[in-house]
Design a protein around this ligand. Structure first.
Ligand code: EPZ
Length: 419
């Protein structure tokens, strides 16, 4: 991706469906035998990767022209989910819960580490054991088996997002009570709960730390709309802040990203809530960005998926900012690339000390993970000169039509085949 910096952004951008809501809802279709319809799915690599996995398991998937997807799951069988697939997308582990719930068995490759950390699924597996599932690890594969699942009381050591989602789906067909405590509270978890309710399960408390599930023995195919992507919205808000200009971000309920709005306002950026799903961000040229301190936390705290984008913004603030990453153990890969662009950032354990500089300089840089790629785009928008970002396949995992959307806002950005 090649970006010519120094152009402020003007206009409006429409937010797509959320990647992290789409993946669990697609996996939940495995719980039923029939034809489920899912709408507002984003066109992303991670979504097509999961389609591949669902087809491998025997689903038939059709898409209509308006982005609706029909998933026919009558012929699904719990065949082995290969490492080749799981290593490209950790969220493949989300099929574990549904397969065990419907067929009493599953065999899924353990996700290895990824750029932002080890990211085990030990809490997913411990929770399944609480529901009566026998878990065996063999040659890098999780083998789950159970005669009869029963309800259980699960207390998660960490509010794991996909862990909560996997366990909700595992419990969704058990005709007994299951409680998940210290559950993740993300809007994507609530969206999955809504889909499970349409399927016929009773799910209470999604969005709080305690979720009560009483599953159904006769799940129905469901018709469900994916919620908008709060991280995509936050990314365009931070982009307007760093590049300057005035942009309306449309289609995402602002209560999904309150901490991001508050931190932008603390940084001196104007943020106007024009309606419950239209927010306007403005920073006049020459207006200073003020330093702020950030601690990432599970929802409703400041999202770890917005940490890299804010690091780009704060690298040109008028002062020193501290960013502490509390969720992942290695989510500072973008620091080295920002330093190549002239950012003054020092790392002390999980904290980055960012001393704002007058401006960044364009340079060839390399994307290391999805949100680090977004961070480098934002840095490129503000940097003097040209920035070339390689390995942008990371970007296509989570941002639908990013160069079109930025181009329509006035950014000078284009994609070129790597020589
Ligand atoms: C989800 O990942 C998101 N992915 C991530 O988004 C997001 O960064 C993350 O939640 C935190 O919000 C999807 O929803 C598909 P976790 P997930 O389990 O569920 C540790 C993006 O950019 N942990 O909440 O994998 C884990 O190592 C992606 O869109 C265990 O130790 O994250 C991590 O340090 C990146 N054992 C922490 O918990 C477990 O069994 C949070 O992980 C599970 C997790």
């Amino acid at each position: 991706m090649i970006i010519e910096g120094g152009h402020p952004l003007f206009g409006e951008v429409h937010i797509s469906g959320a990647k992290n809501a789409a993946l669990p809802v697609l996996a939940a279709a495995l719980l039923t035998a029939g034809n489920s319809r899912i709408t507002n799915l984003p066109k992303l690599r991670d979504v097509t990767t999961l389609f591949e996995l669902l087809r491998l398991l025997g689903s038939r998937i059709e898409q209509d022209s308006r982005g609706s997807v029909f998933i026919e799951t009558s012929k699904v069988c719990p065949c082995r989910v290969p490492y080749e697939l799981v290593k490209t997308m950790r969220a493949s582990a989300l099929v574990l819960g549904p397969l065990v719930a419907r067929f009493g068995r599953a065999e899924v490759a353990l996700p290895g580490g990824c750029a932002i950390g080890a990211r085990p699924i030990d809490l997913h597996l411990k929770g399944l054991q609480k529901l009566g599932v026998d878990i065996e690890l063999d040659e890098g594969y999780v083998k789950a088996e159970c005669q009869k699942m029963h309800g259980g009381h699960i207390v998660l050591d960490l509010p794991t997002v996909t862990g909560t989602e996997n366990l909700m789906m595992a419990a969704a067909l058990i005709d007994e009570d299951t409680i998940i405590e210290n559950a993740a509270r993300e809007p994507e978890v609530v969206n999955l709960a809504d889909a499970l309710k349409k399927m016929g399960s009773s799910v209470e408390g999604a969005g709080t730390g305690s979720i009560f599930i009483h599953g159904t023995r006769s799940p129905r195919p469901f018709d469900h709309r994916i919620i908008p992507d709060r991280i995509e919205a936050g990314t365009y808000m931070a982009a307007t802040a760093i590049a300057g200009g005035k942009v309306k971000i449309k289609g995402c309920p602002q209560e999904f990203f309150t901490p991001v709005t508050e931190k932008l306002q603390d940084a001196g950026v104007t943020v106007r809530c024009l309606s419950d799903d239209i927010i306007e961000v403005e920073r006049e040229q020459g207006m200073d960005i003020m330093p702020v301190d950030i601690n990432t936390a599970p929802y409703p705290g400041f999202p770890t998926d917005m940490q890299a984008q804010f690091m780009a913004l704060l690298s040109i603030a008028r002062g020193v900012s501290l960013i502490t990453e509390n969720v992942f153990e290695n989510r500072f890969m973008h620091v080295l690339e920002l330093q190549r662009m002239g950012a003054d950032i020092k790392l002390d354990g999980h904290t980055a000390i960012i001393k704002g500089v007058e401006s960044l300089g364009g340079a060839p840089v390399m994307a290391t993970d999805l949100r680090a790629s977004a961070c480098l785009i934002l840095a490129g928008l503000a940097a003097k000169g040209k920035t070339t970002i390689s390995r942008i396949y990371h970007l296509d995992r989570g941002y639908e039509g990013i160069e079109e959307k930025f181009g329509r806002l006035g950014a000078i950005i284009r994609r070129e085949k790597e020589k």
